[in-house]
Design a protein around this ligand. Structure first.
Ligand code: NAD
Length: 356
């Protein structure tokens, strides 16, 4: 089992170190190789996704990714910015389906910003399409009134687009995931305003004909944003495009107590995947040893389940995470009175101990 380990920037290095520690504590044989990505790779090689890093990721069964980005790179040309590394990896590995489960562990019900009765027992799955939408649509750019070129632009534009095959394959993923859960899919769109999302809605409806055992509902994204905080448990599987999924999954993270709890998996058609926490590089707390490593550790569990065929080991890690939460151990982001505050490394050590 070959794992490419790409810690990245900011808290990325701190949290990935804990996930690697947990993987090493399992009695499984992994070949893990680490490489630079994001701002760290730009500093060393002049590019956020060097050829050598991409080669390593392509040759691996799975990629364990931390986070990339820092404000100090904001002035770089867009293709050289750290965040481009994730887009490049998604594109080159064909990762089109992003799974973000939002589960509220019983011990963290009080850490959510919502009332306990709204989130207690919450277990929803957000599936975000990753390769289309306004993030990749052409044309895009900036224009001046006179010569059509940046700089001195007076207008900027990005184009929203989806192809039928792109919508079909993510719809299949959503219906198949729902079959293994509570058999309900909510397709989130903006069909009332955007042509792209009327098309999305039509194609999802067409694919649904092959899944009569799964209930399908359509919801506008503004309503979905509201329902996620009003009645989050009314969802089972929520499927949406790249941009709406980006935003709604961050919103859903707060239902679970903290963005530091939310793992994610990005899969291609061959179940090769990139596994990363849903949060970013958190430059505000980087280097302080206080970041929550649980989202990354839970991402490693998803990696074992989805890409490496080790469902039992994945369940062991998830049980160990529940165990440390039950012991009352909390990093700062999920701390509440009466619990024990620990740092990144202590949290990782506690998970390893609980595994044993
Ligand atoms: P962020 O997710 O890095 O941080 C948002 C807030 O959540 C911060 O207050 C941070 O301290 C907190 N936070 C995040 N992860 C945490 C953890 N594990 N434990 C405790 N607290 C945590 O988002 P941002 O501040 O908007 O972006 C920072 C940088 O990360 C930017 O450069 C952005 O582009 C990048 N980013 C990268 C990814 C990625 O690598 N996939 C995703 C989102 C943002």
């Amino acid at each position: 089992m070959k794992i490419a380990v790409l810690p990245g920037d900011g808290i990325g290095t701190e949290i990935v170190a804990e996930a690697v520690k947990v993987l090493r504590a399992l009695d499984l044989k992994f070949e893990m190789e680490e490489a630079l990505v994001g701002g760290a790779a730009y500093d060393a090689h002049g590019h956020p996704l060097p050829e050598s890093t991409l080669k390593l990721a392509k040759a691996a069964d799975a990629v364990l990714f931390g986070a990339v980005g820092d404000w100090k790179y904001d002035k770089l040309d867009r293709p050289l910015r750290p965040e481009q590394a994730i887009l490049g990896l998604r594109k080159n590995l064909g990762l089109f389906a992003n799974f973000r489960p939002a589960i509220c562990y019983p011990q963290l019900v009080g850490a959510s910003s919502l009332k306990p009765e709204l989130v207690s027992g919450l277990d929803i799955l957000i599936i975000r399409e990753l390769t289309g939408d306004i993030y990749f649509g052409q044309p895009r750019g900036r224009r001046t009134a006179s010569d059509g070129h940046f700089p001195g632009a007076e207008e900027a534009f990005d184009t929203m687009r989806y192809s039928k095959p792109e919508i079909e394959r993510i719809a299949h993923v959503a219906f198949q995931a729902a079959r293994k859960r509570n058999k309900k899919v909510t397709s989130v769109d903006k069909a009332n305003v955007l042509e792209t999302f009327q098309f999305w809605k039509d194609v999802v409806t067409e694919v649904h004909a092959q899944y009569p055992d799964v209930q399908l509902e359509h919801m506008y994204v503004d309503n979905a944003a509201m329902q996620l905080v009003k009645a989050p448990k009314s969802f089972d599987v929520l499927v949406t495009g790249n941009m709406f999924g980006d935003i709604l999954s961050d919103e859903a993270s707060m239902l679970t107590g903290s963005i530091g709890m939310l793992p994610s998996a990005s899969l291609n058609a061959a179940n090769q995947g990139l596994y990363e926490p849903s949060h970013g590089s958190a430059p505000d707390i980087a280097g302080k040893g206080v970041a929550n490593p649980l989202a990354t550790i839970l991402s490693a569990a998803m990696m074992l389940r989805f890409s490496l065929g080790q469902a039992e080991a994945a369940a062991r890690i998830e049980a160990a995470v529940q165990n440390v939460l039950a012991q009352g151990l909390r990093t700062a982001d999920i701390y509440s009175e009466g619990t024990t505050r620990v740092g990144t490394r202590e949290m990782g050590d506690a998970v390893v101990k609980a595994l044993a």
